[in-house]
Structure formats: C-alpha cells, structure tokens
Ligand binder design. Structure first.
Ligand code: GLY
Ligand code: MN
Ligand code: MN
Length: 439
C-alpha cells in the first residue's frame, strides 16, 4: 500500500518545532526500543509516536537530534549502518545515507558513533529539550553525554544549564492535525468502519467473541493496516459492561447484544470505533430503549463539537441526554438537575465522552489551559463515545435492564464550520444496523 503522508511533511514538522525552540538549544528524541515478547521472539516493532511524527523513520536504535542554526545541517539522525549480512536475515536498513536520501534528514551518522559525536553537538547549547522522565535509561544516557562536556569545562567547554521536557512544545503541535493527517485518519476510519460491518454480518452465525475479532483483523490486514490501534474489545452480553474487556472468549448468545470497540492503526494513526448490536440481528425492547438514549446522547455530543465550544461541552451535552433518558426509563428516580448534581448517572456512565485521537489512541495534547477547558479549534480530532452500562448485579433496577452494555463511538475532526465524522460508514441507527444484519 502506498503511503499517504508525504515525506516533506516530516521536515515541515521539524521546522515548526525548531521555530519554537530557543535559538541556542538542542532537541534529542530517541526511537522506540525493540521489546522481547518471549525468549528470542520480539513484539512487532512500533515506532515511538513523537519520533515518528518528526521523522517517518520506522527503525529502532535511532536518535533524532535537532540543532537550530547548525550550519552543516539542523536535523541529524543517528541510526544503524547498512550491513548486508544482517539485512539478509532481518531485512533492509536505511543507514545514515538512506536517512538523508529517503527521509530528507540533513545529516546522518552511525548510531555506534553517537557517544563520540553527540556531546560535541550539545556543547555550547544552553538548553536541551528531550522526553524528560519518560524512560530512566534515556534520562541517564542524556546525563552521560552532558557529563562528558562537564569533564571538559577546564578546557573551555560550555555544558548546557537547562533541561526541558520536549512534550510542552511537541505535543501541542501534534494536537492540530494537518490536511494530510486527516486524510490518513479518514482512511483508517473507513477501514475500521468496514471491519465493524463485516463483524456485524458474521454475528448472526453465532460462535464466539474471538470469531468476530477475527473478522475485524481480516479487514484491517486486507487494507494494509497491519496492526490494531489497541487490543480489540468484543464483549457479548454482560461482558459489554466491562470497559476494557479483551478476553474475547465467550460464546455469542442469541438475545444478547455485543459491544465491539476496535480500530486499526494506519501509518501509525489510530482509529477508534465502538458499535453495539444484537447477536440475532434484532434489538429487544429494553435493548432498543437504552440504545436510543445512547444514540441521542452521541448525536447531541457530536453537535457540540465545533470551534468556540470547549473540550467539556460535548461531555456535558451527552451527560444531559443520558441522564434524562435514565430518568424517563425509571432507572434514576430524581429530577434532571439533582441527578446531574449528585452524579446519579455514575453507576451507568462512569467514563468521559471522549479523548484526543491521533498517533496515539489516547492522544497527546492538553485538555485544559490553566484552569479553563481547552477551546476547540479546526484540526483537533477527538472521539465521541457515550455509553450506558447496567451492571448484571445492579439490584436497584428492574431485571430487564441488567447486563446490558452499550457504547457508540465515532472519530470526529473539528472543522471551520463544525465537525466532520470520520467513521460514519459504520451504521449506528437501529434501522441501519438491523437492515445490514438482515442483508
Ligand atoms: N478503545 C479505547 C477507547 O475507546 O478509549
Ligand atoms: Mn474505543
Ligand atoms: Mn475511545
């Protein structure tokens, strides 16, 4: 599958980051490490999101260095050297030359030489930006490089005096998605929506939760999305009430709902969709009643996603509709204001209505600026995912409600006019779900 994101966008991001860095500073950003799964088997490699954002370079054992104003090149990549013997076993390595030619980095060096070269690049820079505190061994590594410079102060070396967490600058850039990022995320959303449709069509055959998971993975892979953005949740019956259920091993029982929360990762961008539908293809009356409340809450929350509104507006909109719905159905026996005030909805809706979405499923970016909720601006992408979960052991409600878990989740980008839903190819009205499943 060809790549949607143009390589030049990565250099534009490096430029934008460097524009915000102090002029006599340096930024050091490591790749993700390889991780052992068991004995000599590794987990599939996933690049660190910050590193990917700035390079598009998909190898481990690499360090990006940004040095604003460096005459021989402001962006430097340390990475593994080419090695025909190793490449015969493990595949292509770009090498420092490839980093320059293929990734538009200004200057490349072997990672084996970093201890020799990097202290000289840090020397004379007063501030170092790096992912401070994210990984103990990298913290220690940075201090080792600085120590080399400190040991030479009597020869006139200038060690840096300030160490600053990189994410203050970088994560704010990542919060605003470019047109190309939206393109990738829309594609990821489309693939995931198709996967949910495939799983819905399979559900009528019965079987086990993991067989629906298999349908999801089939569609992701079919489209070149080789990984999920997070472990898929396929919860039938009361398992739908377990928010992070990933066991996916129970039988699909006629008469139950099944909640699927699953999304693929495409070019490192996450999609995140939840749909809830009846195994049999037809909602029962209590399922229908609760489902309509969640769907109305989701529409109300999406309506509240627009520039000028703040982060908490969609959540408040969803809360109002969910709480009123629970009152109307007799699950809460209070008036709306008192129910909201006393958080009487909490036993049935205990999570937030969404989160930022991007390279990470729970993406970076501040939700508050100081004490105020963040105002929504075009390019921000979030999920909208209200739900209702009636615990099977909740003896305060009529038996017919117990064990029903419903969530509806879409990915939404703030636009100039309001918002655009990236995942609406997955049906969510009762009529559309029943008709897809009947077909
Ligand atoms: N699937 C994770 C979430 O919805 O937040
Ligand atoms: Mn989700
Ligand atoms: Mn989510």
């Amino acid at each position: 599958m060809s790549q949607i994101m143009p390589i030049k966008e990565f250099s534009q991001r490096r430029r934008r980051l460097m524009e915000q860095m102090a002029p006599d500073s340096i930024a050091i950003i490591p790749s993700a490490p390889e991780r052992v799964r068991n004995r000599d088997v590794l987990h599939p490699f996933r690049q660190d999101s910050d590193f990917h954002y700035l390079t598009g370079f998909g190898e481990p054992n690499a360090v990006l260095v940004l040095i604003p104003g460096r005459e021989t090149g402001e962006s430097v990549l340390f990475c593994r050297e080419r090695n025909p013997e190793k490449e015969l076993w493990d595949g292509f390595l770009a090498g420092p030359e490839g980093a320059v030619e293929r990734y538009g980095i200004d200057d490349g060096f072997p990672i084996a030489d970093i201890d020799e070269i990097l202290p000289g690049m840090i020397e004379g820079r007063s501030r170092v930006y790096y992912p401070l505190g994210k990984d103990h061994s990298f913290d220690a590594q940075v201090m080792d490089w600085v120590q080399i410079i400190r040991s030479k102060v009597r020869s006139g070396a200038h060690p840096p005096g300030e160490f600053v967490a990189l994410e203050h600058l970088l994560h704010d850039l990542r919060l605003y998605k470019s047109a190309n990022e939206i393109k990738v995320m829309a594609k990821a959303g489309e693939i995931s929506a198709e996967a949910h449709c495939r799983a819905m069509k399979r559900a009528g055959k019965g079987g086990y939760e993991y067989q629906l998971e298999a349908e999801l993975i089939h569609t992701f892979m079919e489209h070149g999305a080789r990984s999920t953005a997070y472990p898929s949740i396929v919860g039938s019956g009361a398992n739908g009430c377990i928010l992070h259920y990933i066991e996916n091993s129970a039988p699909l029982n006629e008469g139950d709902l099944v909640l699927i929360d699953a999304g693929c990762e495409l070019e490192c961008y996450a999609s995140d969709i939840t749909r809830t539908f009846p195994v049999s293809g037809t909602f029962s009356e209590p399922q229908r009643a609760l489902y309509e409340v969640v769907l109305a809450a989701q529409y109300a929350a999406i309506e509240a996603v627009k520039p000028g509104n703040h982060w908490n507006h969609p959540h408040q909109a969803a809360l109002n509709v969910l709480t009123q719905g629970l009152i109307d159905l007799g699950l809460i026996k209070l008036g709306l204001d008192e129910a909201i005030e006393k958080e009487a909805y909490k036993p049935f809706f205990m999570h937030r209505t969404g989160h930022w979405l991007g390279l990470d499923v729970h993406d970076v970016g501040d939700y508050k600026v100081g004490d105020a909720w963040r105002v929504l601006e075009p390019g921000m992408v979030m999920t909208v995912e209200p739900g209702l979960y009636i615990a099977p052991g909740n003896m305060d409600v009529e038996e017919k409600w117990r064990g029903i878990g419903i969530r509806i989740e879409d990915d939404v980008v703030v636009t100039r006019e309001g918002c655009r839903v990236l995942t609406d190819a997955a049906p969510k009205t009762i009529a559309d779900i029943e008709s897809l499943m009947a077909g």
